[in-house]
Structure formats: structure tokens, C-alpha cells
Design a protein around this ligand. Structure first.
Ligand code: TXA
Ligand code: MG
Length: 342
């Protein structure tokens, strides 16, 4: 096992090691613009099996196949619709995964037994260089032990996978910090399966139509993603989401801290909230004015709470609009649906 810097991927010797490892069925942890991934040859079932083992991931939860060129989708999928092509043109390379009909070449272990496959073309140059060097598409779930927050910095992938993979590539702090948007393009009307940086509105604008949304808990009769039923993103501490006006949320937290001095309480919140909170342990998500920055820091913040052995974590609920939908989706999962209405 060794680690290398993302910036050295263009060196011939590095590209050759990547190819050798992947073609021998090995595992590589690498950065993308969304989160770090743990990748293997998507056409080699034995290699893919090793990903599930390394992550401790349930086998019915399918993996995303990463490609380096748009046209490669036709090698791995059939019946790619015009609508899917519209989205590829609008958002690829980028943080959008299209669920399409899979061809035989993609083994069923990748798709969790489904006849569809999630495909995405990452926008981070290093990620595409790695796929090109590998010479095969890479299936890559987020690089975290199953159930833990996704990794957005290199230290966190090291924590989870040191000694368990063949190569780790250090790309620093990722750009987006939330996993890609997943959309099912095999249905008569596209279905949003996981919100991400490509928002529902951006998709609807590109397609000039309304899409279905399977990410809300109360939505019935739309196909769901296997991944949706698993508890995700949970830190070790107990997370509570606090819904309500800022003043009330801040006083609630202050009261809890004062009256429970034997418990290690942490707060993850935008800057504007922290100005009104007296916590010993806090992570500042930055200003409410910059939702991208908040999104980028969510998983980092959850992991930092673990590093401090925080027992109870309070997080204010934020707006559910735009990128807020992806942020709230991750926070609700981190909180195991524990929401306090104030
Ligand atoms: O940003 C990302 O997408 C990252 C980076 C590494 O690219 N990857 C990632 O993979 O988040 P993972 O495995 O953690 O999440 C894949 C999600 C799961 O919720 C899974 O259920 C869903 O995509 N998915 C994959 N293939 C699917 C399919 N054929 N049908 C429905 N859902 C699918
Ligand atoms: Mg994941």
C-alpha cells in the first residue's frame, strides 16, 4: 500500500502503477469533485467484491460506474434516452449520476442485481486521469466505512482504509463535499433518487419539465434507490436536528449546554448561529450566505465531532431549497431522523 499526490497522476510511472493495480483486481482510493471514492475495475466481479468487503457494504446497494468520456456510456448502457443525453450535455463532466439500462458487460454485483446501472463522468481532472490510466471504467462508492460520513479530506480516507487498499491518492479537500445527484432515467418521468449539487431545479430547467422526487420520506409510488433504505452518514455521537426560528434554536442549545454539563455537547452550525451560542465544542459551517461552502463542510464537521468524542451533536435545520435539499437530506440521515421542532 502506498499513497501518492493527485498532482503526480500525469507521470507515466504513476499511470502504469494505476493500470497494474486495477487490472490485477486491486482497489484505489481517489478524489473526485464530490467526495473521495474507493474504486475497482467495474467489469471485474472479483475486484468489485473486494470493495464491498473493504467498506462492509450491503451487497444489494449498487455502485456507480465512473467513466472518463461521455461516449463511454454507450459501451455500458443501452436505450440511453434523448433526455439522458440532454442531461449529459448540460452537466457532464460533473456531479450527476444517471441511472440507465445496463449492458451485460457490467456484472450484476455492480448493480446490486438490478438491470440498471448508475453512471457518472466526474469533473475533477485527476479522477478522469485515473480512469483513463486504469483503462477500464471504475465503480466507486464513497470512500467511507459503510454507515460513516463520506470522506472529503485525505486524512479521513486514511482513517477508514489505511492498509485495506492498494493505493491511495491524495487530492486534498474536495470541492463539493456532497455525493453526486442520482437520477433514474429509465422511468417514463425521470425520478430524483439522491439530491446533490446538480439541483432538482437545474435538472428541470435543462429538461424543460417537472421530474419526480423519491427523496422525500412521504413520497409514495415512485421507484426508490436501494441506498435510500440504509442509515447513512452517522457519526458516533447522537445527532439532533433543530427546526425553528434562529433565536429559539440558539436558546435551546444554550439551555441544553448549561443544564447537561456532564455530557459532551457539540454544535455544528452556520456562523450566524454560532455568534449566539456558547458551546465548548463547535464547528463553523461558514456564512448562511454561502450554501456551497456549508455543503462542503458538512461531512468534515460530522467527522470532527467524532474526533472530539462528542456525545450529543446539535445542528440547526436549514432551508430545503436548491442545494439546501442535498444538505438537509444528509443531515436528516446523520440525525437518524431525530428532529426537534422548536
Ligand atoms: O459522488 C458520488 O456519487 C460518489 C463519488 C465517489 O463518485 N460516489 C457515491 O457512491 O456516492 P455511493 O455508492 O456511496 O452511492 C451510490 C448511490 C447509492 O445510494 C445507490 O443506491 C445509488 O447511488 N445507485 C447506484 N446505482 C443505482 C441503480 N442502478 N439504481 C438505483 N440507485 C442506484
Ligand atoms: Mg456512500
Amino acid at each position: 500500500m502506498c499513497t501518492i499526490l493527485g498532482s503526480t497522476i500525469r507521470e507515466k510511472s504513476v499511470q502504469e502503477s494505476i493500470k497494474k493495480i486495477i487490472q490485477a483486481g486491486g482497489l484505489i482510493v481517489f478524489p473526485t469533485e464530490t467526495v473521495y471514492g474507493i474504486g475497482a475495475d467495474a467489469t471485474n466481479p472479483e475486484a468489485v467484491k473486494r470493495i464491498f468487503e473493504a467498506k462492509g457494504r450491503p451487497q444489494d446497494n449498487p455502485l456507480i460506474v465512473h467513466i472518463a468520456e461521455k461516449k463511454d456510456i454507450y459501451t455500458y448502457a443501452h436505450d440511453v434516452s434523448e433526455r439522458a443525453e440532454k442531461l449529459m450535455d448540460a452537466f457532464w463532466p460533473g456531479p450527476l449520476t444517471l441511472v440507465v439500462k445496463k449492458k451485460e458487460i457490467i456484472p450484476s454485483i455492480v448493480s446490486g442485481g438490478l438491470d440498471t446501472v448508475g453512471i457518472r463522468m466526474p469533473s475533477l481532472d485527476v479522477a478522469r486521469d485515473i480512469i483513463r490510466a486504469a483503462g477500464v471504467p471504475l465503480c466507486a462508492p464513497s470512500a467511507n466505512i459503510s454507515g460513516r460520513p463520506s470522506s472529503t479530506i485525505f486524512d479521513h480516507v486514511k482513517e477508514d482504509f489505511m492498509g485495506k487498499v492498494d493505493l491511495m491518492i491524495d487530492g486534498g479537500f474536495v470541492e463539493i463535499g456532497l455525493e453526486s445527484t442520482v437520477i433514474d432515467m429509465t422511468q417514463p418521468i425521470p425520478v430524483l433518487l439522491r439530491p446533490g449539487a446538480v439541483t432538482k431545479k437545474m435538472i428541470e430547467d435543462a429538461l424543460e419539465m417537472s421530474i419526480l422526487d423519491a427523496t422525500e420520506d412521504d413520497v409514495k409510488d415512485v421507484p426508490k434507490s436501494p441506498g435510500m433504505k440504509y442509515k447513512h452518514y452517522a457519526p458516533k455521537g447522537m445527532v439532533y436536528l433543530l427546526e425553528g426560528e434562529k433565536k429559539r434554536v440558539c436558546s435551546f442549545i444554550n439551555e441544553q449546554i448549561t443544564s447537561n454539563q456532564t455530557i459532551k455537547i457539540g454544535v455544528i452550525a452556520p456562523h450566524e448561529y454560532l455568534l449566539e451560542i456558547n458551546a465548548n465544542y463547535q464547528v463553523d459551517l461558514g456564512s448562511l450566505e454561502h450554501f456551497e461552502n456549508i455543503g462542503r463542510h458538512i461531512f468534515l464537521a460530522l467527522r470532527q465531532m467524532d474526533e472530539l468524542n462528542i456525545e450529543v451533536i446539535y445542528i440547526p435545520a436549514l432551508s430545503n431549497q436548491g442545494l439546501g435539499q442535498a444538505i438537509m437530506n444528509r443531515l436528516i440521515k446523520a440525525a437518524g431522523h431525530r428532529i426537534i421542532h422548536l
